[in-house]
Design a protein around this ligand. Structure first.
Ligand code: DC
Length: 234
């Protein structure tokens, strides 16, 4: 059962900073649940592109996008220590992990009514014993009561490089300089929108991960967890 007193750790930050990987590692160490909030915007984007193939988001009525976002029949599971995403019985885990869907997700995420439609669904992920949530507005809007808020950053070049490797490993073909430009546009949109823009919460701890590897970032987050969270929930 979800209780507002169940603890939440928020990991926010821009695209390609490694939030998803760190979120999984921290949740695994704690035995807590995870919320990949970006996946909800990506799933909504996938559904929008299926309903309106080859139509730009700007040309679709907002009410139609909101309607799609509020009716997602999605469930999450685990596959080879990765998050598996099932939409209406179809495994869409890989389908949503391309830059085209990421870009569309960022565009529909700028619509306040879409964010509103996904809010309760995100909060419902908070169940005992606790939640590690990653996204853009976890600490500022979705879980302002979080026991620990971390904001991860890295230089745009480093983030593009990481995303490039991640996509290549999954067999997805991308061109690095296209990726740099796409990340730049996505950052700009996510940071400058009016509804829940990407920014650190006033009580967030900022970690620059540019020169750190996954283990170093996980260790640093876990240090904060020991200092702030374990004491708090004991
Ligand atoms: O984290 P991601 O790359 O999967 O997210 C895809 C897009 O979804 C991102 O560019 C902006 C949007 N998003 C958001 O607006 N708020 C969140 N909490 C998570 C993602």
């Amino acid at each position: 059962m979800s209780k507002t007193t169940d603890p939440v750790i928020c990991l926010d930050g821009p695209s390609g900073v490694g939030k998803g990987t760190i979120c999984l590692a921290v949740a695994e160490k704690l035995g807590w649940h995870i919320l990949d909030s970006g996946s909800l915007y990506r799933i909504a984007a996938l559904q929008v592109s299926r309903h309106f193939p080859d139509v730009e988001v700007e040309s679709i009525k907002e009410s139609q996008i909101v309607d799609i976002a509020s009716k997602l029949s999605v469930s999450y599971g685990q596959k080879n220590s990765e998050l598996a995403i099932i939409l209406d019985g179809e495994d869409i885990t890989q389908l949503i992990r391309n830059e085209k869907i990421g870009d569309k997700a960022s565009k529909i995420a700028a619509i306040p009514a879409v964010r509103e439609a996904l809010l309760a669904r995100q909060r419902a992920f908070l169940t005992n014993p606790g939640l590690v949530a990653d996204g853009r507005d976890m600490g500022t809007v979705v879980f302002p009561q979080a026991v620990l808020k971390i904001y991860l950053t890295a230089s745009p070049e480093e983030r593009a490089e990481r995303r490039y490797k991640q996509l290549k490993d999954k067999g997805i073909d991308v061109i690095l300089c296209d990726l740099v430009e796409e990340l730049r546009q996505r950052d700009e949109r996510d940071m400058n929108r009016e509804a829940a823009p990407l920014k650190p919460a006033s009580d967030a701890i900022i970690i620059d991960t540019t020169t750190l590897d996954i283990k170093q970032v996980t260790d640093e987050v876990m240090d904060w967890v020991s200092q702030r969270v374990i004491q708090d929930i004991n």
